[in-house]
Design a protein around this ligand. Structure first.
Ligand SMILES: NC(=O)c1ccc[n+]([C@@H]2O[C@H](COP(=O)([O-])OP(=O)(O)OC[C@H]3O[C@@H](n4cnc5c(N)ncnc54)[C@H](O)[C@@H]3O)[C@@H](O)[C@H]2O)c1
Length: 404
């Protein structure tokens, strides 16, 4: 099929390349010229998508990254994969989705299937995307949603083996969308309508946000009483049913867990309802950076002034250079406010807010393992006997006991 994917970020590039590798002719449209130039030269920031995968597809004409909106014109399927962030009031910002939809209306001059993969609240396809196209185009479009579940850097679960939830606005759209996704996804779940599919994505991430907040609150109690929260989670995990482990952390980051629940909160607010769990979870997760900074201060006899602290990894999770909503940034801010001299080492981020990544320093007063990317070599701290707190929420040990 002639496929166009609008947005060539984590989600859009992943779907574009998977589709191209499975026989589709794919246009990858993005407004960001330097990103498109990089792709044309085989460079991508998405883990797992590299020169070896990009260049043969580009050479064969199966994948064509471009900034030219006119290239959408012959698309049979158009997938939308643009950001759906929060605005300054932490409400949904659908401006990218609106712009992408208008691009379709302006440029596609045949009947086509439009699939939204961007995360949004239930009703977005029916009440936001469709009306824009109905008003601005004379073409007959079919509409479907297929919320993306990609977890960049996850070696076990990928776009092929992660079941995909799909639904169209009518049976024809659902069938066409299932037919298309079946060419590169091995398991498809047909939701009864788009609202269920859209809501399922929000529920998945709200479930994680709330459970992480619960375990973060638990870690505060553990600290007061004087036991290890992580060890308690590990012990509870031995129950073979009715328990799912989540580990304490300095908060939640990325474009999904801290963001998506707010889309659900907004949807509820449109019907006069408030979301107590979501609001509380937000509040607890956002407060963790401050509470961890204070706990660190306690370890230095209540005084961080002049103490040198280095964070290892500041991206929101290992293996990606993504800083969106990263709680490491909040922690750096809180530690600096308390007077600490804060530096950071992140080989994937390298530069942020005019500060630069520094190599791991064995002579600092305190090292913090925050986002342990695989290519950070902690033996430097180990060999120097540096004082280190391991704040990472994963089960893996880096040679120091978990902070929480
Ligand atoms: N990254 C993930 O792990 C993940 C997982 C599941 C769902 N999602 C959701 O998928 C959507 C996309 O997320 P992402 O992480 O891929 O974002 P991203 O920021 O990595 O990529 C989005 C791309 O869209 C481009 N873009 C923006 N407006 C455009 C327009 N009008 N026309 C063409 N290109 C445009 C941007 O330049 C950018 O390159 C969001 O709704 C997100 O919540 C992301």
């Amino acid at each position: 099929m002639n496929l166009s994917v609008i947005g060539q970020g984590y989600v859009g590039l992943t779907v574009a390349i998977s589709a191209a590798e499975n026989g589709h002719m794919v246009i990858g449209l993005d407004l960001n010229k330097s990103l498109v130039d990089d792709l044309l030269n085989g460079r991508s920031y998405v883990p797992g998508i590299n020169e070896e995968r990009l260049l043969p597809l580009i050479k064969a004409g199966a994948y064509f990254p471009t900034t030219d909106e006119k290239s959408l014109q012959n698309s049979e399927v158009i997938v939308i994969a643009v950001p759906t962030p929060l605005d300054l009031m932490r409400n949904p910002d659908l401006s990218y989705l609106e712009a992408a939809t208008k691009l379709i209306a302006k440029n596609v001059n045949r009947s086509a299937l439009v699939v939204n993969e961007s995360t949004s609240y239930p009703g977005t396809l029916r009440n936001f995307i469709k009306p824009i196209l109905d008003e601005a185009s004379n073409q007959k479009f079919l509409f479907a949603v297929a919320p993306e579940r990609v977890d960049p850097g996850n070696l076990e679960w990928n776009i092929k083996n992660t079941p995909r939830v799909i639904s169209g606005l009518n049976d024809e759209a659902t069938s066409e969308a299932i037919k298309f996704y079946s060419t590169f996804c091995s398991s498809i779940y047909r939701a009864p309508n788009p609202e269920v599919a859209e809501a399922s994505k929000l529920l998945e991430n709200t479930f994680r946000q709330v459970n992480i907040a619960l375990v973060n609150e638990f870690s505060e109690i553990a600290n007061l009483i004087g036991f290890s929260a992580s060890e308690a989670v590990k012990a509870a995990s031995t129950k073979p049913f009715g328990f799912m482990p989540f580990f304490p952390s300095i908060g939640v980051g990325g474009h999904c867990i801290p963001v998506d629940p707010n889309y659900l909160r907004y949807a509820a607010s449109q019907f006069g309802s408030i979301t107590k769990f979501i609001d509380l979870a937000n509040q607890i997760n956002l407060s963790m950076a401050n509470s961890v900074a204070l706990r660190i201060q306690d370890q230095f006899n209540g005084e961080l002034k002049g103490i040198s602290i280095q964070l290892a990894g500041i991206a929101y999770k290992p293996g990606v250079p993504d800083l969106r909503e990263s709680p490491a940034l909040l922690l750096m801010e809180e530690l600096s406010k308390l007077g600490a001299k804060v530096t950071w080492c992140d080989p994937l981020v390298s530069e942020f807010n005019s500060s630069k990544s520094m190599p791991l320093d064995p002579n600092i007063d305190l090292g913090l393992i925050v986002t342990p990317h695989e290519n950070i070599d902690f033996s430097i701290w180990k060999n120097a006997g540096t004082r280190v707190f391991d704040l990472s929420p994963d089960r893996k040990s880096y040679g120091w006991p978990k902070f929480f």
